[in-house]
Design a protein. Structure first.
Length: 94
């Protein structure tokens, strides 16, 4: 089975105060995600691509930031772009 991994430069992605310019994430391209896993997602209503921990429930999606100071975001329409396999943050060491 061929697996496609995407290496993304997070300069173009909004990740709410955790990732910054030059940070990297390795993302496995897939269109679904297990509850509690971290995913690269597109939020059509906000026109935003971001990385969040995703919980699907009857009302839609709960999106958890890697930054615990950011409140839980609830959305009804989320498109899963892939599962985050690994990330590296230069900012974590500055």
């Amino acid at each position: 089975m061929l697996r496609i991994y995407l290496l993304l430069n997070l300069l173009m992605i909004i990740c709410y105060l955790f990732f910054g310019k030059g940070d990297l994430a390795i993302v496995h391209s897939q269109n679904n995600i297990d509850n509690g896993k971290t995913a690269l997602i597109y939020i059509p209503d906000d026109k935003v691509i971001t990385i969040k921990k995703v919980i699907k429930n009857d009302d839609g999606f709960e999106l958890y930031s890697m930054n615990p100071n950011v409140p839980i975001d609830k959305k009804s329409n989320v498109i899963i772009l892939g599962r985050v396999i690994k990330s590296h943050s230069e900012n974590a060491y500055d």
